[in-house]
Design a protein around this ligand. Structure first.
Ligand SMILES: *[C@@H]1O[C@H](CO)[C@@H](O)[C@H](O)[C@H]1NC(C)=O
Ligand SMILES: *[C@@H]1O[C@H](CO)[C@@H](O)[C@H](O)[C@H]1NC(C)=O
Ligand SMILES: *[C@@H]1O[C@H](CO)[C@@H](O)[C@H](O)[C@H]1NC(C)=O
Ligand SMILES: *[C@@H]1O[C@H](CO)[C@@H](O)[C@H](O)[C@H]1NC(C)=O
Ligand SMILES: *[C@@H]1O[C@H](CO)[C@@H](O)[C@H](O)[C@H]1NC(C)=O
Ligand SMILES: *[C@@H]1O[C@H](CO)[C@@H](O)[C@H](O)[C@H]1NC(C)=O
Length: 611
């Protein structure tokens, strides 16, 4: 079932892929490994060994049709016709859930969660006002890909035009677009008080810029109102990877500085429309994962002059940071002049500072370098001093476009809180040939981090052990590393201090082999996910009470199984199961849903538990 994905190879390496990704090397690639992202939910991109890059980039550039686009002439319909040339966009079956908020809870499962109430954590509470949320993303849950004037994003184009490289398209997925009312009723039943969603840029600007689509804004108006009606505080992400196809074909989107103005215009339109009700904003989801993939399909349709697969991730890094700073400036201006309500804005970082493999100076350095390339490259400019980590500048040289003094000023301080998608902590071991030799050689398979990228050294531990309980094998970067969380939170809050505190903007579990289970009772008995969540909640409580970490909220990924990018519907991260083979797309609560509900009810102040 798993297809060969030659493109995996190209993912560039340049960004220092975690080991997880580096495991699939031979001629077959598990498509899920490939998935962009840590999987997407917090994930990490695919990778493999070092790129044979020239071949790779040329393959990417010539791998099939590039849509044509004539400025001021190409319409949304023209673009959709190109997307649908081989495979039309599907639409969801009519559902009786569309407007229904009716909900029947099954009997609660036999107890498992109370065993987690150790003497130590039993009496601990999350602070008053704590955000207990779940997270989602437009492409992954909405469906209704072509409805109400939406334009195509690169995630509509790729899966339709290169179906062999994907596991399905996000045409329908969870059909959140029509069923959000019922979905919110289900979240309320879990006591959740916050809901994190993303806006689809192409619902607002079908061509990425130019004319606004009122129907798109009206849809998010309704969603925000319904969330508030259910006591779910909306947290809105402006960009969760769904680049407008039009901007990719016109100028290479994130690889070109032209994207900055277009993104800012889009952001301003959304701030003005929803800014009376939304008080917490995220400009970008996991920019590091996103930029590591801009040189692969579906993102790469056009390279601007001077850009190739090696430098593309860093052009993206630069443009995205400046776009973030610009949008934050716009937001603060609108708040200051009283156009929209006061609130807070930031972005979602990802990955982690890995645990050094040993006490050796080289392994500690490998861990520091990993943190610089995976977290600091975005977080240091924003939270510290406006500039990239010295390791990144030194190793990458000209490949990393410098931030000018004006850009540094714009970016520094451009976040009101710190947010991290913290699925796990990994380990880091120095490259076998040594960090010094590796960092001078951009062809070295471990360049630029110069940690040993083999999976046994990133998700393993000395002595031939795994570092923690492993998730589904398709998501080999994910380990239940509860024991490393408190140190991780100390590192993040000390290194990237923020007056607005820290949020765990995503965390979650891909239950091993869940996709192979056929009986409903097996699917919903997700003991691994339940353990993961209970372990993490305990550590979060201890971090708050024993380490004085200013943790203000946590967001579970995700409310239900959904479209996990290249893994399609096969990779499961949900607190609810969705039967995608049934056109009615019925949702079922898993055990983890009840444990989260009961545990949070126990640990939250009563007024913070939604009921
Ligand atoms: C790759 O192939 C080599 C030699 O055939 C084999 O030893 C290794 O286990 C394979 N690796 C993977 C990830 O399949
Ligand atoms: C990519 O462009 C850089 C210049 O920024 C150049 O040094 C490098 O050789 C190019 N790499 C490839 C694979 O073409
Ligand atoms: C397209 O229209 C914009 C204004 O709507 C104009 O500034 C631009 O010059 C036009 N481009 C072309 C190629 O005609
Ligand atoms: C929706 O339809 C299904 C299947 O016909 C039925 O079992 C269910 O009760 C209906 N739900 C509502 C809310 O009407
Ligand atoms: C750089 O790394 C490549 C790939 O491992 C290797 O073939 C090459 O010999 C290295 N170059 C130097 C100067 O060490
Ligand atoms: C999912 O739906 C299909 C089609 O209705 C049904 O045959 C199958 O048994 C369902 N699977 C589960 C686990 O409920």
């Amino acid at each position: 079932m798993i297809r060969l994905l030659p493109l995996a190879v190209y993912v560039s390496l340049a960004f220092g892929l975690p080991a997880s990704q580096s495991s699939a090397s031979n001629n077959s690639y598990d498509i899920s490994v490939l998935s962009p992202t840590s999987s997407i939910p917090g994930t990490t991109p695919p990778s493999t060994e070092a790129p044979t890059s020239t071949a790779a980039s040329s393959t990417v550039q010539t791998a099939g049709p590039t849509p044509s686009f004539t400025p001021n002439k190409t319409t949304v319909e023209d673009l959709w016709a190109q997307v649908e040339k081989n495979k039309p966009v599907l639409v969801a079956a009519e559902s009786n859930l569309t407007d229904s908020t009716e909900l029947k809870l099954p009997p609660a499962p036999h107890a498992f969660f109370p065993n987690y109430l150790s003497e130590r954590t039993k009496i601990l509470k999350f602070p008053k006002g704590f955000k207990y949320g779940v997270a989602s993303a437009a492409t992954q849950v909405e469906g209704a890909a072509k409805e109400d004037g939406k334009g195509p994003s690169v995630w509509d184009y790729g899966p339709h035009v290169y179906p062999d490289l994907y596991t399905g398209a996000p045409d329908v997925t969870n059909d959140f677009y029509h069923r959000y009312k019922n979905d919110f009723a289900r979240l309320k039943a879990m006591g959740v008080n916050t809901f994190s969603l993303s806006i689809a840029w192409t619902r607002i600007y079908p061509l990425g810029r130019g004319e606004v689509n009122e129907a798109g804004l009206a849809f998010y108006d309704k969603v925000i109102d319904e969330a508030i009606k259910n006591n779910l505080e909306p947290v809105v992400t402006l960009f969760h990877w769904d680049t407008p196809l039009a901007l990719s074909v016109q100028y290479g989107s994130w690889m070109s500085p032209k994207v900055i103005d277009d993104y800012n215009q889009y952001a301003e339109t959304v701030f003005r429309r929803l800014g009376d009700r939304v008080k917490m904003w995220i400009t970008f989801n996991e920019p590091r994962v996103f930029c590591s993939q801009v040189a692969v399909i579906p993102y790469t349709l056009t390279y601007p002059d001077g850009t190739n697969s090696t430098n593309a991730p860093y052009q993206c890094t630069h443009n995205l940071l400046v776009a973030h700073g610009t949008a934050v400036q716009t937001y603060r201006k609108l708040v200051k002049e009283g156009t929209i309500a006061a609130g807070q804005i930031g972005l979602k970082n990802d990955d982690n500072k890995p645990t050094p493999w040993s006490d050796s100076e080289e392994d500690k350095e490998a861990s520091d370098r990993h943190a610089d390339f995976f977290v600091g490259i975005f977080a240091k400019p924003i939270y510290v001093d406006g500039d990239y980590p010295a390791t990144c500048k030194e190793t990458l040289g000209d490949i990393l476009p410098p931030l000018t003094p004006e850009e540094q000023k714009l970016v520094k301080g451009s976040a009101d809180f710190y947010a991290q998608d913290l699925y796990r902590v990994n380990t880091a071991k120095a490259a076998p040939n040594g960090i010094e030799a590796c960092k001078k050689n951009s062809s070295d398979p471990n360049w630029p981090t110069c940690q040993d990228n083999r999976v046994e050294y990133t998700s393993g531990a000395p002595g031939g052990w795994g570092y923690g309980q492993q998730a589904d094998p398709r998501v080999n970067w994910l380990v239940n590393s509860w024991f490393a969380l408190r140190d991780q939170l100390k590192y993040l809050t000390k290194t990237f201090p923020s007056k607005g505190g820290i949020y765990i903007s995503e965390f979650g579990w891909a239950e091993a082999f869940e996709n192979q289970r056929t009986e409903l009772y097996q699917i919903v008995s997700d003991y691994g996910r339940e353990s993961y969540y209970m372990d993490y909640l305990n550590e979060f409580l201890l971090a708050i009470h024993e380490d004085s970490i200013d943790l203000r909220g946590i967001f579970a990924w995700s409310l239900y199984d959904n479209f996990e990018w290249q893994s399609g519907l096969t990779q499961k991260f949900g607190l609810q199961y969705v039967n995608f083979t049934d056109p009615a797309l019925p949702r079922y609560f898993k055990r983890s849903f009840f444990s989260m509900r009961d545990s949070m009810k126990h640990h939250l102040e009563p007024e913070d538990f939604n009921s």
